[in-house]
Design a protein around this ligand. Structure first.
Ligand code: ZN
Length: 463
């Protein structure tokens, strides 16, 4: 499988027995929006596909549970930083669960790794990459000669981009590793002891520390939204490279944005779309389908109309799955049909699907392959016997589950003998136009949780 590496700007083969993935998680000060959902779904799909290919995968995603925004919200709500962080950590986990995102192998939090962060900073100071300034610690950018390589920014651009001009810093580009405690930090309890005095870690150092602590260096894949390339990942790479002396990450993977009705999502525009609101209206799998319907390196535009159409397309796939499963349950109940092994050709779809996913995780194409597969199934489903239908269903479910669809799907059972007799009795009643009896039997089934469907091929059922 090849992935586009932001650092080298080339497509690179994913290599190794175990693929270690680190993805930047959310800052836990508010509910998560569909931009967060995209990153979660994209990297979950990458993980699922690598596992499908037979790689062992270790997946780590952090929570930034100490941050200016958390401190501000805690002050506003007169709570501790911890209460705010815990609440929104849990809300995030609830949200992504509805999108069928598999739990990470570890969800480290900054607040639980202050010691490792201090060690990391100490090491950078000893190696002369960092300096202490009145309780703050800064990374001295000009010493790290490869700074700017990830974001491909010139020195002038980099100088322009610094948002915290501070006369005391040695260079305008220097960024904070440790921040001296301010009054408001004490008020909400976001203060930790360090060799440089009370304070809290800067944002970038946490990811260098947590990724190397949990995965070692170098590790295979570092993911995140493309807004993180600068300054966050540029700084993270600088810190880790400076400490370890080599490239810390093999492939940097960045997903593009979600816009809303053609505009960038932002608090000031008031157009932030929360995950939970979309899930409530359209369902989690439909949102997942929508987010995967574009290539991860293209922007995707959210609108209710786009979601409605994604939901419809997703349901087409689901209906095919149900049709196959209903057919199997029907044949198992009323007797299998004769058929030849010959024409079943699933390998072609598997190959097309893998080719799409191998090509820089092209989920847009992979979804198109699933639809081709579904169309094929719809054509042959009433000609196959149970064994061939089972093979078809397995294959369809397996590819779908790489994209995280139909998670926990429950198979439709065959009917018990007395229920099968009732179905025949009802079909007879319908033929005689005794709709009263037919309705009565349908209701009896409904009470048992079985929904009878009258199709052109006869009675089928769902549970
Ligand atoms: Zn990060």
């Amino acid at each position: 499988m090849k992935l586009y590496n932001t650092l080298t700007r080339t497509y690179e083969e994913v290599r190794g027995n175990e693929i270690k993935i680190y993805v930047c998680g959310v800052t836990t000060y508010d509910y998560s929006h569909i931009g967060h959902a995209r990153s979660a779904v994209v990297f979950d799909t990458l993980r699922r596909y690598l596992e499908y290919k037979g790689f062992r995968v270790k997946f780590v995603q952090n929570f930034t549970d100490i941050d200016d925004k958390i401190v501000k919200r805690a002050l506003d709500e007169k709570k501790s930083w911890r209460e705010i962080s815990e609440k929104f950590t849990n809300e995030y986990l609830e949200d992504v669960k509805k999108l069928n995102v598999k739990p990470a192998d570890a969800y480290p939090k900054v607040s639980e790794h202050i010691k490792e962060i201090i060690d990391f900073i100490q090491d950078l100071i000893e190696k002369n990459y960092a300096y202490v300034l009145d309780g703050d610690v800064y990374f001295h950018v000009p010493i790290f000669k490869r700074y700017g390589e990830l974001s491909k920014m010139s020195l002038e651009e980099l100088n322009k981009h610094r948002i915290e001009p501070d006369e005391r810093k040695r260079d305008i580009k220097d960024f904070a590793l440790w921040k001296k405690a301010k009054k408001e930090d004490y008020e909400v309890g976001a203060v930790f002891k360090s060799p440089w005095g009370d304070g809290r870690p800067g944002w970038h150092i946490e990811c260098s520390t947590l990724s190397s602590h949990y995965l070692g260096v170098p590790f295979e894949i570092h993911g995140g939204g493309k807004d993180l390339i600068f300054p966050h990942h540029e700084n993270e790479r600088a810190q880790s490279y400076a400490r370890f002396g080599f490239e810390p990450v093999k492939i940097w993977v960045h997903n593009d944005f979600v816009t809303v009705n053609g505009e960038k999502m932002s608090k000031s525009l008031g157009n932030i779309v929360r995950i939970r609101d979309v899930v409530e209206k359209f369902g989690g799998e439909a949102l997942r389908y929508f987010l995967l319907s574009a290539h991860y390196r293209s922007a995707i535009d959210y609108s209710e109309k786009a979601m409605e159409s994604a939901k419809k397309s997703y349901e087409k796939l689901k209906n095919t799955l149900l049709t196959v499963d209903m057919e199997i349950a029907y044949l198992k109940t009323f007797g299998d049909r004769e058929c030849q092994e010959k024409e079943l050709n699933l390998e072609e779809f598997v190959k097309d699907f893998e080719n799409a996913m191998d090509d820089d995780l092209n989920t847009r194409k992979a979804i198109a392959v699933l639809h081709n597969f579904a169309n094929y199934i719809n054509k042959i489903v009433f000609d196959l016997n149970v064994a061939l239908l089972e093979r078809t269903l397995d294959c369809f479910l397996k590819l779908s589950s790489v994209l995280g669809f139909f998670e926990g799907y429950k198979r439709i059972p065959k009917l018990r003998e007395d229920d099968a007799k009732k179905v025949i009795e009802r079909e007879d009643a319908r033929r005689r136009k005794d709709f009263e009896l037919a309705d009565k039997i349908r209701k009896e089934f409904a009470e048992k949780g079985i929904k009878l469907l009258d199709t052109s091929k006869g009675t089928r059922w769902l549970v």
